[in-house]
Design a protein around this ligand. Structure first.
Ligand code: KG4
Ligand code: ZN
Length: 355
């Protein structure tokens, strides 16, 4: 049993959760989407200020939902990297202060590790090894997960992340923010075969293509050209058909690589994480392709695909059980490769000064 309270403020969601290993006891997400919508994207300084305003109420509500009190919390976790530094600082300062005041261990968490473990919240039996397809607003990565903290990055995007591509294409189509859910909805009424769009393969110096790395910036440019062509000709832009064709191309590109990656590594399981794991096209296409290849695939429940603190608490509980603890002077970082998560748990180094 590991009861962990976690705080997540790496971007535009103020989130607090209490979990007992994989069981969610309290889960609060205060979204700032409506605030950032008028700017068409997240404004970092605005995000930090809203985290500061919301965080105490989110903690109180998580406790109310769980019915627990502080004495029952075993560890306090906070996302410390990667993310917007000002936003991360609000959560980290709150988490460390609470750890100090209540005399509990503090566990800094890598945001992407949270996305990796989001599927654990609905799958009590799921264990490594598996391939994680991590598709969020900032990352598109193919990661071999061998154990908690043991990751190998096998492939990634060379430019835009999958979620970022959804957001940018939604902006080109002038259909709203954030782009992923809007495109997903529009795609349901469009024809995915209406337009053949480029998949974005990465050429290798000796010829051929990289088996796992991908690129979405060319796809975004192809959508821009298509929109401009309709506008130049004075025709209505077929928004639903473009959305469906774009979504289909992204889902195919991710599926092909994930299935190949899992096969090459002899992994029988693919675990998907991140906001784009909510995409219905990706869910359908990857589920079918994985089944055909004899691979089991897990997607988190929709509410745990996008940013939340339950997944952070779940990742923290894994580290807590391993004995990992973070120092209270652990800094936050805008970037930290997933292969370096163990640096969050570096032991206290004794000072060797001359007396
Ligand atoms: O994981 P997340 O909440 O935040 C990051 O860590 O980046 O992912 C947010 C991203 C956004 O780009 C959003 O457009 C995308 O996930 N997203 C989706 C869907 N829901 C959210 N993309 C495609 N289809 C969706 N249904
Ligand atoms: Zn995220």
């Amino acid at each position: 049993m590991s009861i962990v309270l976690a705080i997540e403020t790496s971007c535009d969601e103020t989130a607090v959760a209490i979990v007992n290993n994989r069981k969610v006891l309290g889960n609060v997400v205060a979204s700032q989407i409506d605030i950032h919508r008028e700017f068409g994207g997240v404004v970092p300084e605005v995000a930090s200020r809203h985290h500061l305003e919301s965080i105490n109420a989110c903690i109180d509500t998580a406790f109310e939902q769980s019915g627990l009190d502080w004495s029952e919390i075993e560890a306090i976790a906070t996302t410390c990297a990667p993310g917007l530094v000002g936003a991360l600082l609000v959560g980290a300062a709150a988490g460390k202060t609470l750890a100090m005041v209540h005399n509990k261990p503090f566990i800094g968490v890598h945001h992407l590790e949270g996305h990796i473990y989001a599927s654990y919240l609905s799958q009590p039996e799921l264990e490594p090894p598996f391939l994680c397809l991590l598709v969020s607003g900032g990352h598109t990565s193919f990661i071999e997960v061998r154990g908690c903290g043991e990751y190998e990055l096998l492939g990634e995007t060379r430019d835009d992340a999958a979620g970022e591509a959804f957001d940018k294409v939604a902006r080109l189509l002038k259909v709203g923010y954030p782009g992923g859910p809007v495109i997903d909805r529009l795609a349901k009424t469009g024809d995915p075969q209406a337009f053949k769009l480029p998949e974005g393969r990465i050429s290798l110096p000796g010829g051929g293509y990289h088996p796992y790395d991908c690129s979405f910036s060319g796809l975004k440019t192809a959508v821009l050209r298509l929109v401009q062509q309709f506008e130049t000709e004075g025709k209505a832009v077929p928004v639903a058909d473009i959305a469906a064709s774009f979504q289909y191309t992204v889902a195919q590109a991710l599926t092909k690589r994930a299935v190949r990656c899992a096969g090459d590594r002899q992994l029988q399981t693919i675990v998907v994480g991140g906001g784009v794991a909510a995409n219905s096209g990706l869910r359908e296409i990857l589920t079918a392709a994985a089944a055909a290849a004899g691979i089991q695939v897990y997607f988190p429940p929709l509410k745990f695909c996008t940013d939340n603190a339950a997944m952070i608490a779940c990742a923290a509980a894994e580290h807590f059980q391993k004995g990992d603890r973070s120092r209270l002077d652990l800094p936050v970082a805008s970037r930290l490769p997933i292969t370096q998560v163990q640096t969050l748990y570096a032991p206290l180094v004794p000072l060797k000064g001359k007396s």
